[in-house]
Design a protein around this ligand. Sequence first.
Ligand code: C2E
Ligand code: CA
Ligand code: CA
Length: 552
Amino acid sequence: MGGRVGSEGKIHDAPRVNRADRDVLALGIGIAAIIMFVGTGGNVMPQVVHSLQGIGLPPDRLLSNALLLNIALIIFGLRRYRDLTAEVQERRRAETTARELAETDPLTGCLNRRSIGPATDKLMAACAERGEIVAFMMIDIDDFKRINDANGHSAGDKLLQQCADRIGELMPERGLLARLGGDEFACVVPFRAATVERIDDFADRITREAARPVALDDLAMDVTVSVGIARSDSTAMPDRPVDAQELLHMADVAMYVAKKSGKSRHCWFEQSMEQELRFRNELEQAIRTGVQSGEFTPYYEQQIDLQTGQISGFEMLARWNSDRFRAVGPDVFIPIAEEIGLIADLSEALIRQALRDAKDWNPRLTLSVNISPVQMRDPWFAQKLLKLLVEANFPPNRLEVEITETCVHENIAVVRSLITSLKNQGVAISLDDFGSGYSSLAQLRSLSFDRLKIDRSFVTSMPGSHDNARIVEAIASLGKGLGLPITAEGVETTEVVAELQRLGRFMAQGYLYGHPETAAQTRERLAALGLLAGRSEDEPDRAGSEPLSGAA
Ligand code: C2E
Ligand code: CA
Ligand code: CA
């Protein structure tokens, strides 16, 4: 397995100076002692030998003592030398350990964010000599935060370790594997530019391996990863070769795109992604400031009772009142607001305003609001909504909350308890975009919705598509069977109205009756129809005094 240990490092200099000083001192003492030993020994030793042979005088005492002192100094020097050597070795070991710790991720034993850059630069230099390039891959576990929150941090840690092990086993020789922090891994793999399919293959193996169920304690988890890849011969920097830092950035951008396009896949970096990402960042920033400065405003779409032709209420739809981003619709900004954690603030401001606007309308007119799945997961959501109703002094039975069919499947238990609390307060619940998900009859019954809204994709094309007409017919009879009123969305032509009327009783929404309008336009429309609340003296309440045709 390649590269889970740190690259060669440099030993730091400061402690070396002291040690070198002491080395020199010990060496000096040793050499001086040896020279003196040779000098005095040359005089004393023959005298000792002669004296032992009985042919001379005993050695000079002073010289003998000097010789003994020399011997002692040599022994001291040798011991000092040995101690120093041991000390140096110990220090080296400590330095190696410290360096490895600084370069390694303690949880997984991979390289870390600090060390992967220099290691990649070094690998690229070595590859250049062999005519190779490198692929820098950013690997990110999908929905790791959710897994971590739901199962605890120790389960999260084990998952990260298993992930590192699985990727580690796939690593080719000379490859590098690092954990960059959180649930992000990077691996760097050398390859020849002509064999790029090897890298596709490798990335496929990683996504496949990661998707094998992970057993953690008693839990079996399904985990997926998304991978972004950048190549070191990328044309991103036409005037010079890319460095590790730039590769990491490009792989990150590509990984982000892989997530956006559905997760559990890999994506190669392309220059256009950079622009998209920049736009997306600007969008995020503009949404943040827009929420604070109240740029998001409610618009209202009429809801018509096809039997009477009268307006029965309005669906509030969010619009962005921004010079630069006016064309960006809720299909785009709502999911971003969800992702950056602003949907609750955004929605609360819109609903607060909508309740205020709707108080001007005739009290028999209802107000429908859309609720995002993220808000449904908030255990205090029902409480927050009731607080808004109380603040606005708005009767709960004039409010309808729309939740989408797909949201119901994601959070069935949560949805059930939320529906119960809202219904207890008198708020009605509609199942939005019905037909686009997979609700079963049993679910529909058990969740006791107050209304089904047929997804507009079936309604708009009813006249041209026999299949869609049959689907609408089936939903109509399902509604009848369950005693649920039905709204058909996306009604654009009188032809569709005629078909719907043939099938039963419907409420209708759509461009046939006009596009969503501002609060002021809505007010004007209602004033013309005598459908204002009639709180002021010059605007008497003439609610329902004459039959209406909602058609614009
Ligand atoms: P939705 O709830 O299904 O809203 C209906 C969408 O269909 C609206 O698009 C509306 O303008 C459009 N529409 C209405 N009549 C017709 C028609 O005859 N033909 C066609 N082709 N389209 C028609 P819009 O306003 O762009 O909203 C898109 C989605 O954004 C909404 O779908 C809703 O899911 C979401 N949304 C809008 N406002 C909010 C909000 O305040 N909070 C949340 N959570 N979601 C919102
Ligand atoms: Ca809706
Ligand atoms: Ca809808």
